[in-house]
Ligand binder design. Sequence first.
Ligand SMILES: C[S@@+](CC[C@H](N)C(=O)[O-])C[C@H]1O[C@@H](n2cnc3c(N)ncnc32)[C@H](O)[C@@H]1O
Length: 199
Amino acid sequence: MKGTREFYNRTATDWAEYGYSSDADFQCCADFIGKLKKGSRVLDLCCGAGYDSGRIKAMGYEVVGIDFSEDSLRIAKEKNPTITFYNDNILNDYSYIGKVDALIVKAGLVHVETADLKIAFERMSKVLNYSGYIFVTIRDGLGKIPERSVSNIDGELYDRNFIAHTLEELITESENYFSFVEEVGFDGTVWRNYIFRKI
Ligand SMILES: C[S@@+](CC[C@H](N)C(=O)[O-])C[C@H]1O[C@@H](n2cnc3c(N)ncnc32)[C@H](O)[C@@H]1O
């Protein structure tokens, strides 16, 4: 069975088509970004094909992106030649990118096991400037969702390890690094957007 990275490599073109064709999923995040000082440096963590990175740049910010899917990053670089994208894992130490003023991680923690959330927050905290904010979009719930994890593409089985998290989990696992600020843009679905501030 192939894993998360292979899944996003195999489906990179489809996600790119979807992500570049509509900014509906970005609106709530755009409100968060719009409150930052113009020119602030923003990290798009788990940036996929770079559609949100491009939107943030167009709003007047400096952007860098990180993802571990090479095929998504290839598209991200083609579409956004002036943005720097790094191929790395959200659980690694990626502080070589330098400091950022804010960070978004939209639907990235859905692939992080609860046991690994703490290290993911520690990595985020390390690249953030003092009092920096993070915008987090997660799938609300508890634990792995098998029907959203496993798929068969052209006879090949993939398990992208799709994991729901609760706000309580996020608060507990981030407590040494972040304080919870507020929920934003609740639209009645299972997707939730939270803002945290580095402590
Ligand atoms: C559901 S997509 C979200 C893409 C984009 N942020 C959005 O909001 O549409 C999840 C992305 O996270 C990336 N990803 C998953 N686990 C990762 C990890 N451990 N390190 C880096 N990237 C990861 C995948 O390659 C994929 O591009």
